[in-house]
Structure formats: C-alpha cells, structure tokens
Design a binder for this molecule. Structure first.
Ligand code: PBG
Length: 336
C-alpha cells in the first residue's frame, strides 16, 4: 500500500523544528557548517624599518609591521594554528614607478619577508600578493600607457613578479590584478623557472568594490586617476564571475577566490558549484571596518558579528577565508 501525502509525518505538532535546537548539545550535533582554525588566511601588511608597528586608522587593531615584528607575528599565528599568511608590502613613494621595477627587486621588502618568514616558520604557508598597485606611481594594478591599464605588458611584469616571489620561497602567489590571461602566463613562468610546487591563489572574481577603502589607506595604494572598473568586475554580474573562475581553473589556478565576501556570497555559491578547485573568499577591509566601527559605537557586538560573518562565508561554500579577524577568531575557537 502506498502512503498518501497526508499520512507523512510532515506537519505540526509531529514536526517541531525547535526540538533539534532545544539544547546546546543538539545544536552542536546538527550544525551544518563549522569554523575551524584551518579555515583562515591572515593578511599581513609589511612596512620598511625596524620596530615599526603602524596603526591603520580605518582598520582598528590592525597594523603595518616591519620585518622583525612581522616574523614574530607570523610565528605566533602559526603557533595558534593559523595555516597561512597573505603578504602585502607598503612601498615608499620614491620606489614607485609605472613599470613595477621595485616589485621585481630580489632584495625588495616582499622578497626578503618571504625568505625571513619561511626560515623562521617553515610550517606556515606563505602567500604573496601579486599586483602592481602598491608599487605603481599611478596606484593601478597594471602598467599605464596613455591613460589605459594595458593588459599584456602588465601580465608580463606580473609573471616576473610571481617568479621572484617563488624564488624567495613563496608557497602560493596570489595575483589580485584581474588582467586577462595572467594565471596561465604565471603558471608557465613558474614551471619554466623550476617552481612546479608553487601554487596560484587566483583572485578570479574580484569586484570593483567600494569596500577596499581601508586597505588602500593601509598601503597608500589608492588609484591616482580614474577607478579600477576596466579590470575589476562589475558588481552587477555573477555569470561573468563563474566564467572568470572557470578560465582561471583551466589556466592552472590551484585556488580561486571571490572578493569581497559578505556582499558577494551568492557569487561564492555559484563559483563553488562551477569549479573543482578550492574556493577562497576575501572578507575585505571595508567589511572589517564596518563591524569595528559599529562595535566601537556600541551598536554591534563585535565577536558575534564577526563569527556570524565568517560562518556565513563557509555556508556559502568557501573552503578558506582571508580575513583581518583570523587571529581573533582563531583565539576564540581555541578557547571554546
Ligand atoms: C590590490 C588589492 C586590493 C585588495 C587586495 N589587493 C585593493 C584594490 O584592488 O584596490 C583589497 C583588500 C581589502 O580591502 O581588504 N591589488
């Protein structure tokens, strides 16, 4: 005999959703997603000098660190169980130009930092930002010719920049520039230089977003003219993000990333369903600043809003999360 729909135990009071939420033990058992220390990538801002710990006003509790302090920070993050750091270098004005010269300097701040951190903390995965904006006199991610950000010439420099990071010992290079074809070119350049094991974390769907402001303060890297809309993506688009991620996967990306995070969780989900490599999400500076500012006003509970944001990234399908909250979140996770 087949049961009819009305005989299925589907309605109230047979079904009460609250039963499984009634005790903490049950909620813990039935949580569909969880945060774990291994979910996090911690961004690290490097500055020249010694003993430097510069606060970034628009990113409360975050600092630019000179190498000595950056190495100590990296070691303490590793000890807590944070698996990876993502390095960004703050470049003094006099070293900026339109060709990315300093970006290729084997003794540049980034390259030395990679060496020093890998020497001191070999077990920590070191990822490096590959883009010209902190090195560019125009604050753009590529080379500028006649007011345009030129693609292929930029890709050439970015591939050389990636190789110089790999030579220094980077585990992953992370191109954040959004030039066309750079993943394939970087992959080929890495192979040709003997870095078969160096991975690529591709910023595949990076949007032209209003949420990067505090980061640009941190690195003094705001675009000198125009905006980044000819290379970063239009916030209106999701199919295009899937296409970008699939192209990067085909070109050899080991991880694809969506950025920013919270306003783009639908994109994270779509990308997760369209590729087979791990998906990262970048919970960016503006997302961090908003919650920090509201918490400082007493308008939001920082810890609750932070953990909820990070969990939402995982629920959307992210495997790893780059976030300025890595240290705070992992400290909380370790204590519970
Ligand atoms: C630049 C870069 C940016 C971020 C990471 N790499 C800013 C930009 O594109 O202007 C933003 C990160 C953040 O806001 O936290 N290549």
């Amino acid at each position: 005999m087949t049961r009819t729909d009305s005989q299925l135990p589907s309605g109230f009071p047979l079904s009460r959703g609250r039963r499984n939420r009634y005790r903490a033990t049950r909620r813990e058992m039935f949580a569909e997603h969880r945060l774990h220390p291994s979910d996090f990538i911690a961004p690290l801002f490097l500055a020249e000098g010694k003993g430097v710990q510069d606060p970034i006003p628009s990113m409360p509790d975050y600092h630019r660190l000179s190498l000595d302090l950056a190495v100590r920070k990296a070691a303490s993050w590793h000890e807590m169980g944070i698996p990876a750091v993502l390095l960004f270098a703050m470049v003094p004005e006099e070293k900026k130009d339109n060709e990315g010269t300093e970006a290729l300097n084997p003794d540049g701040l980034m390259q030395i930092a990679v060496k020093r951190i890998k020497d001191a903390v070999p077990g920590l995965t070191v990822m490096t930002d590959v883009a010209l904006d902190p090195y560019s006199s125009y604050g753009h991610d590529g080379i500028v010719r006649d007011g345009e950000i030129v693609n292929d010439e930029s890709v050439d420099v970015l591939a050389r920049m990636a190789v110089s990071h790999a030579r220094a010992g980077a585990d992953y290079v992370a191109p954040s520039d959004m030039m066309d074809g750079r993943i394939g070119e970087i992959r080929r350049a890495l192979e040709a230089d003997g870095h078969a094991q160096t991975g690529i974390l591709a910023y595949s769907a990076k949007y032209a977003s209003g949420f990067y402001g505090p980061f640009r303060d941190a690195l003094d890297s705001a675009p000198g003219f125009g905006d980044k809309k000819t290379y970063q993506m239009d916030p209106a688009n999701v199919r295009e993000a899937v296409r970008e991620a699939q192209m990067d996967e085909a070109e050899g990306a080991d991880i694809v990333m969506v950025k920013p995070g919270l306003p783009y969780l639908d994109v994270v989900r779509a990308v997760r369903e369209a590729v087979h490599v791990p998906v990262a999400v970048y919970n960016v500076s503006g997302e961090y600043a908003m919650i920090k500012a509201a918490a400082q006003m007493g308008w939001l509970d920082e810890e609750a809003a932070m953990l909820e944001s990070l969990l939402a990234c995982k629920r959307a399908g992210a495997d790893v999360i780059a976030t300025y909250w890595a240290e705070k979140a992992v400290a909380l996770l370790n204590n519970t």
